[in-house]
Design a protein around this ligand. Sequence first.
Ligand SMILES: C[S@@+](CC[C@H](N)C(=O)[O-])C[C@H]1O[C@@H](n2cnc3c(N)ncnc32)[C@H](O)[C@@H]1O
Length: 374
Amino acid sequence: MAAQTQSNSSNNDLGHSTFLENDVPMQGDGYYNSHSALQAAAMHRALSLFDTISVNTTQKSDKFTVAEYGCAQGANSLLPIEHILKLRHSGDDAETVESHLIFSDRPGNDFNTLVQTIEQAEFLKKPTIFTSMVAKSFYERVVPKNSVDVGFSLATLHHLQQSPAFVSTQNDAERSLELNRQQAHQDLVRFLTLRSQELRRGGTLILSFVSRSSTGTLNYPNLIDSCRQALVQMVMDKKITPEAAGAFSVPTYDRTFEDVQKSLAEIKHLWQMDELFEAEITHPAYEQLQKAQASGADPETTSRSYADTVIDWMMAVIAGYFTKALQIAAPQLDGNARQELLTEWINRTKDVFLQKHRDSKVSCWFIFVKLIRL
Ligand SMILES: C[S@@+](CC[C@H](N)C(=O)[O-])C[C@H]1O[C@@H](n2cnc3c(N)ncnc32)[C@H](O)[C@@H]1O
């Protein structure tokens, strides 16, 4: 189902003429579902926001619609949906109310695994619950106007619509950060404007995205360093060209609190802000590592297992961007050759992590937002 497109050329209001479209899905065949424990922990942190959604009287008299924006393979969708449905499927009309659940993600997403994930959820088997899937970017309209009661989008919005910093500013980190910051502002305003058309008045929208901590703590710096060092090694060993390494770019931006406040101020006529907070989410494997160490387990096995888990977690999101870099900068390589290089990069990244950053904590900051449609 995945469709890769190459770089786009057009003018945008960031004053740039060349940028890379962000169309890379999470790793397919269920790989993302099995390697998204940190996102699962972030989802658990958001559950209290779901439990305090108020289902108003308009919504009570109508069909109840829930839309998820950026569901990936569904593993982290089910619990929020269960919490939302509990709110609506309780009370006088619990047996008669009909709910429509809409799962959306970009066209390249692994929708086959999503179907299997939904199929396995017992609580969705009621005859009054209907599900749909939409293969569309959330930077476009995804569902009809005025149709959604509750929307949510978890661990998604740090993924930019496109990478404005891709070509001309690769070597200018400050300028690149500023372009991404502007793109992230445009993207959030656009996302919230589109959702304001889709959500009914009084409807609730819950968001989480990777952020830049106000404490100054960096997000998983040791994983990033390991990936970079492994990439450099592969260039030095002539496994990939400098151009291929240079084409590797993950179009994300970690917003600060101030960035988010600025974007929310621009759409305050559309949305009332109910909650806004940041939190550090640690990869659950770190606690398991500490428990294993305390119980006297073999240190080498424990450290390797931890390295495997946290690197595989990161690769579930970024591996596709490595493959895309090869498609752009080394188009002569076939699918098998690309897969071999990807495997080598992953293995080298694990080795660097074990050598230089063994057992170091992997955590990531998120901003959580709850909005009510005015
Ligand atoms: C890190 S995953 C998070 C998935 C899931 N919500 C979770 O919490 O595990 C990010 C997801 O956002 C999706 N995504 C990124 N940009 C998107 C866009 N413009 N439109 C729709 N989905 C997008 C990706 O395809 C991916 O499935």
